[in-house]
Design a binder for this molecule. Sequence first.
Ligand SMILES: [Zn+2]
Length: 277
Amino acid sequence: MKRRNRGATRLFAALLTVVAAMLSATAAAGEGGGQNQFPCTSTTIRAGALLPELAPDQQLLADDHVVWRDPQTGQFLLAFSAGIKNLGAGTLNVVGYRDSVAGNLPNPNTMPAYQRLFHADGSCDELQIGTMTYHEVHHHWHLDGVMTYQLLDAKLKPVKPNSKVAFCLADVAVADSTLPGFPTAPAYNGCDPNARTTYVIMGTSVGWEDIYDKMLFGQNFDVTDLMSRPQAQYFIRQTVDAAGIVFEQNDANNTTGVWVTLGIGVPYSTGGPRPGV
Ligand SMILES: [Zn+2]
């Protein structure tokens, strides 16, 4: 009797799985075709829009950077973490959507990105702000160009090519829980890993911060050449939204940086980030 019951339960569970699969297939089909979910009623910024306010995390950069030497290749990397805080009146909400892709994925695999600005009554304005691209190394969707890294010499002249970095925006850490509108639980929890998706949503809530750790791919400069020269001062500069594509309260506070010493005899770690990880 017990055995039969268990068998029946298992059959019921299997049926439920089939029904669930059919339902999720229906839902997935509904998301296809470039369908924007919860579209805004306005495509211009109306008065009263609650703007986000992006700012780089100076303290995180100051606390969390390292010179690392790859024991195998001898390559020196200057690796650093980066944070983007939202200290504004409104959430940073970005969506991407496109028609479903048949066959091979385009290369680069991109879709247009739109920023949603919310109002106190819950309505929103939606404006295109650039593109999202699927990142093959990180395995998720990024908002392109949201951060720029520069390495400058003592006269603030560039010594390395700028790296424009894309982020998958999320609520990673609390930046300021006293701000009006701060949600106690993170609202943007994950990065979409589906390369074929037709709809992506990402963002950073009021009082939250997105963090890219120094261990991640792209969070470093190759300073092998500079470490074989006499010691000198260099400046790591981080600029949020250098191109000014994101609508926010203040574009004048988007840059931060930290001075570092590089050159012969400067201590380094061998337990840090690895290129390509
Ligand atoms: Zn990423």
